[in-house]
Each structure stands twice: as C-alpha cells, then as structure tokens.
Write a protein that binds this ligand. Sequence first.
Ligand SMILES: C[S@@+](CC[C@H](N)C(=O)[O-])C[C@H]1O[C@@H](n2cnc3c(N)ncnc32)[C@H](O)[C@@H]1O
Length: 251
Amino acid sequence: MSNFLFESDEEFKFFMGDTLSYHNMQNMVSKLVSFVKPEYMLEFGSGSGATSIRLAKENPHTSIVAVDLREKMVGIGADKSSKNRIKNVTFVHGDLTKLDNFNLKNANLILMMYSFRYIQDPVENKLNFLENLYKHMQKGAYLIIGDTFIDNDASKQTIRKQLEDRYYNNSKDIYWANLKGLSKEEVQEALTIQSKHRETTKEQIELGVNRDGIYYVSREWLFDVAPKIGFEIVLGERLNSLSDTIFVLKK
Ligand SMILES: C[S@@+](CC[C@H](N)C(=O)[O-])C[C@H]1O[C@@H](n2cnc3c(N)ncnc32)[C@H](O)[C@@H]1O
C-alpha cells in the first residue's frame, strides 16, 4: 500500500487522534454502538485500536474483534489492551477484503471507521465488497461506515480544495490540542507540530486527489448502491463541513 499511514501510536495521536473530526466521528460511533448493544462486533481496519479499545471499555458485555492488515498495528492494539486489562477485545491480523476468513454470521455490528477508503479502485471493488459483506451478514446486523466522502462528479481541482480544507482544519486542531499553556516555548512547540502536520498532509491530499492509495467515493454513490444491494439506510449523516459522513446500514 503506497498511502500515508501512521506507524506508531504516537504518530497516530499526532496526525489523527487529536483532530476534532476524528473525536467527533468516534463519539458518534460510540453512541451508536451503545445504542445497538451488540453481543459481538468486528472493527475492520482498526489501526492501533483507539476506537475498538474505547468501545470495549464502554461496552463490557460486547465481544470485539479488531482486524488490521498491518501486523505492527495489531501488535500495538494487543499490547495496549493487555496493559489496560481489557479482555473483551481481540486484535487480529487480516485483510478485510477476504471476508471468508471472518465469523460474520454471528456479528451484530461491523464497523469501518476511516478504512472504507482503502478498498482499492476500480470502484466496483467497493461494490463487490459491500455485496459480499451483505451476503455474509446476519439479518438485523448493522454496518457502520464512517469516512470522508467527496462531492459527486467533482473535478480534481474541487476535490483538492475540499481535501485541503479538511486537512488544514485538522492541522489547526492539532495546534490547539498541543497548546498546553501560554509560555513562548509551548506556543513555539505547538507551531512546529502544526507545520510538520501540514507538510505530511500535503502528501495525503495528493493521494486522495490522484486515487493512489486513498480511494474516496461520494455520499451519493453509497446512497445509490446500498439499497440496491438490500441494505436499509438507517442513517447517512454528514458530520461536518469537511465532508466526514457516518452511514448506518442494516441488513
Ligand atoms: C485510518 S486507519 C483507521 C483508524 C481506526 N479505525 C480508528 O478508529 O482509530 C485505517 C486502517 O485501515 C487498515 N487497512 C487498510 N486496508 C486494509 C485491509 N484490506 N484490511 C484490513 N485493514 C486495512 C490500515 O492498515 C489502517 O490501519
């Protein structure tokens, strides 16, 4: 995978974990999961486990399997959960596109938070994935997709503008999150962190615009295909001006 992805927990916090959009998305997911109260759920593309660990703490009766393609991230998640003595989450190394490898028929909920974008082009791969997932899911189970969506039929220029707004706003959040006091040194440190963040995110913008490693789709696309597959759209709500959207689909 040629895309930008954080390689450690510190990096994750630095580039994504401290952003308002990430917190808002995670808070929304947390509310939805506590509402559904799944006995068993999967998170596909769990990264270093920030969301699965939070959900495991908040829902002690839910058993969670957190899946990621990168072994290193699986290891970080497993270490964190064992250090915190959290027993109801298991970190598993696996590929979310190989659905036969997972116990989906017993899952009440499947979560994809900022991971749907990694199902590679052509876009039919995303369609096949959703169709296949639908087949494997039990009736009544939920699929939650929280991700960034691009505008329908947008030009490269429009997409670049949209992603720039998104990432530069995130870099502002990182600045404020790191502004712990008002001493000169601390302000300087926060500025340094923000400018590093801006630099790195330029790379992410190009990947998204050129569809090289990050493959965004439009909200309209998902609104169109989900019911054709058979899903009921319970929720399709844009969360912010940055185009982060949360979909709740039910079989
Ligand atoms: C932005 S991170 C997700 C963060 C995480 N969901 C959270 O809430 O903190 C996306 C993750 O998806 C994983 N990923 C990408 N393609 C995958 C695949 N085919 N199977 C499993 N994981 C995948 C990446 O390794 C990465 O850790």
